[in-house]
Design a protein around this ligand. Structure first.
Ligand SMILES: *Cc1c(COP(=O)(O)O)cnc(C)c1O
Length: 375
């Protein structure tokens, strides 16, 4: 029986082992573990890959979101709009900073917020919106959300932890990398992310010079000049060994995105048409880098399907089983809300294995298993 995994970090490593090992060894030989040359090289390469003015590396994706919010200089009680169908980190940092997470629904096809959903949640206290580019595609209404931001004077922070490398095409045809459309973009380099390191890591992107200075300062104890602290900051750094790994993988990121897309297309071709199962819907203005390949099981047997696959040694995951507003930590923010799409998705979604080392042989096993469930 093939050993099928959700994500094959080791298989990918074996393909690039020589370069990775050399990069790590170089850091150890130099002993420049913190803010060494590797971090600066990776930062510069990331800036040119994304075509963005400032990339500020940090310790993880959650920190990236927290620092981005801190850089906006909001005050306690200010509202930040966030989808209820996301990973906890997106809303957690909002609450942690004494801001109010205003949890909103998502589009049932793309799992992302729309401009209409955001607009309906705007109040005089709205100071920021955090669209999450869920499962690997950019929120299609980013341009319209930026227009709302200008009109109502709030910031847009993209949670780009799952969509690094995706391309967004505006109506005028201009292409931007995901995470560079809002005022600030945040990402995570957690090992299983599309651009993952071998530990924790994250980064913040912006084209705004003033925000760039602020973000850099906050991530470094609120100082620009050593031992002179202008604001309360935090200590959030990407270490040099992680930067060495990331720099090797960044060169292959487009190739990795293509491998995931190819695997997704093969799933689509073979799973489309099964009654009660919905294959992923593509955003019109974004490419899809398939951090997850997420189906919707609409016959009420999602958990049964998952157990059935497990019996055949096929892993699958439910991202995410519980709406944020039903979590004990968050329910006091919105005791009465019930977002119908979020509720439905929490009951229907199931993600199949997808990664850069996928091949048709593995996929055929998975596809046959899913098909036999519905026979
Ligand atoms: C992974 C992830 C994060 C957090 O990243 P960490 O590096 O684990 O802190 C935030 N938001 C989303 C949508 C994520 O998938």
């Amino acid at each position: 029986m093939a050993n099928i995994q959700m994500v094959d970090v080791r298989g990918q490593y074996l393909q690039i082992k020589e370069e990775i090992d050399a990069g790590i060894q170089e850091v150890i030989d130099s002993c420049a573990f913190i803010n060494g040359p590797k971090v600066k090289v990776f930062q510069a390469n990331m800036e040119s890959y994304l075509n963005v003015k400032h990339v500020i590396p940090c310790a993880n994706g959650t920190d990236a979101l927290q620092i981005a919010l801190m850089a906006l200089e909001l005050k306690a009680g200010d509202e930040v709009i966030v989808p209820a169908f996301t990973y906890v980190a997106t809303a957690e940092v909002i609450a942690l900073l004494g801001l109010v997470p205003v949890m909103v629904d998502v589009d049932p096809d793309t799992f992302n917020v729309t401009a209409d959903i955001v607009e309906a949640a705007i109040t005089s206290k709205t100071k920021a919106v955090v669209p999450v580019h869920l499962f690997g595609q950019v929120t299609g209404d980013m341009v319209e959300i930026m227009e709302l931001a200008q009109k109502h004077n709030f910031y847009v922070i993209e949670d780009n932890a799952q969509a690094i490398g995706a391309n967004f095409k505006a109506n005028n045809g201009s292409i931007s990398k995901s995470g560079t459309i809002g005022h600030i973009g945040c990402t995570s380099f957690y090992p299983s992310k599309n651009l993952g390191c071998y530990g924790d890591g994250g980064a913040i992107f912006t084209n705004d010079d003033k925000l760039g200075v602020n973000i850099k300062k906050i991530a470094n104890h609120g100082q620009v000049k050593k031992y002179h602290h202008d604001v309360i900051g935090c200590n959030s750094r990407l270490d040099s060994i992680q930067a060495a790994v990331l720099d090797v993988k960044l060169k292959r990121l487009d190739q990795y995105c293509e491998a995931r897309e190819k695997a997704a297309t093969y799933y689509d071709k073979n799973l489309a048409g099964i009654e009660g199962l919905v294959v992923p819907v593509r955003e019109k203005r974004s490419s899809h880098v398939f951090h997850q390949y997420t189906l919707r099981e609409q016959t009420g047997r999602r958990d049964e399907l998952q157990a059935y696959l497990k019996e055949k040694d096929i892993p699958s995951m439910v991202y995410y089983p519980v709406p944020l507003y039903k979590q004990d930590a968050f329910k006091h923010y919105a005791p009465d809300i019930n977002l119908s799409v979020t509720e439905q998705l929490c009951n229907e979604v199931i993600s199949l294995p997808i990664h850069t080392e996928m091949n048709y042989e593995i996929q055929d096993i998975i596809i046959e298993a899913v098909k036999s469930f519905y026979k």
